[in-house]
Write a protein that binds this ligand. Structure first.
Ligand SMILES: Cc1cc2nc3c(=O)[nH]c(=O)nc-3n(C[C@H](O)[C@H](O)[C@H](O)COP(=O)(O)OP(=O)(O)OC[C@H]3O[C@@H](n4cnc5c(N)ncnc54)[C@H](O)[C@@H]3O)c2cc1C
Length: 213
């Protein structure tokens, strides 16, 4: 059986591209900063749906269409007027869907113990680093998640911190009496997911040819 206390945006890709992120203190998660059209701080890179902020399936669809109109406008395929006219019903749908969020986020805010677990709880499952070890690193002068990598390999396993990142930031924030926004998050390194050498070797294999041994 699996239990969960909310879902969070997957920010691996947006962090890899070094776009601006903000800490959401209601959903206890990072999200990329986007404008009304889904445009991030990196020109030409748009994020919508759960990747931008958790708001449900219908909101994700509407935000996808809004970003498409925004992108078409940025590529000068739509005038200001056409973009705004096409996006208007989607923006209304999005606003309607988001109206419930303050209530849901307050009612279902993850409890504190979820993200600041007891010392013997393993937080980095890839490298088997416990919450107690993270707190110990904070006592030893570790100031942020990227130093936990150096001191313990925490967040350096195959998942690249996707599982433990949010918890490690919050553990350090609590131990150092700072906010997660001040503590920051892991810097992400490629590849985002483990890639077998054969996949890389086959990248340049022409169609119909055998890949190299
Ligand atoms: C258990 C659960 C229950 C839910 N119940 C509801 C509900 O009742 N009502 C509701 O409105 N919403 C619900 N949601 C939320 C809803 O599913 C999401 O809001 C919605 O799916 C978000 O759409 P999306 O397109 O942003 O992301 P997704 O639907 O997650 O789509 C992202 C896609 O990107 C793909 N992808 C990821 N990484 C890569 C990569 N590196 N390369 C290529 N592709 C990649 C994924 O495989 C996926 O297909 C629920 C979610 C969960 C987990």
């Amino acid at each position: 059986m699996l239990l969960h206390h909310g879902v969070v945006p997957n920010t691996q890709l947006s962090r890899l591209l070094r776009v601006d992120h903000a800490w959401d203190d209601q959903q206890l998660a990072w999200h990329p900063r986007v404008d009304a059209w889904g445009q991030t701080s990196l020109a030409g890179f748009w994020i919508v749906g759960d990747g931008a902020s958790i708001a449900g399936a219908i909101a994700a669809e509407a935000s996808g269409r809004i970003a498409a109109f925004g992108a078409a406008h940025a590529m000068q395929r739509l005038s200001d007027h056409e973009r705004d006219r096409l996006a208007a019903p989607e923006l209304r749908a999005l606003t309607r869907q988001r109206r419930i969020r303050p209530f849901l986020d307050a009612l279902y805010r993850p409890p504190t113990w979820i993200n600041t677990p007891a010392d013997d709880t393993i937080v980095c499952r890839c490298e088997e680093v416990s919450a107690g070890r993270v707190r110990e690193m904070a006592r030893l002068g570790c100031e942020g998640p990227n130093q936990t990598k150096f001191l313990s390999r925490c967040g350096m396993g195959p998942c690249q911190g996707r599982q433990c990142g949010i918890v490690v930031s919050q553990l350090l924030a609590q131990a150092l009496s700072r906010t997660p926004a001040e503590i920051g998050a892991y810097r992400i390194r490629a590849p985002l997911k483990p890639v077998p050498l054969s996949s890389i070797a086959n990248l340049n294999t022409p169609a119909g040819k055998e890949p190299p041994p």
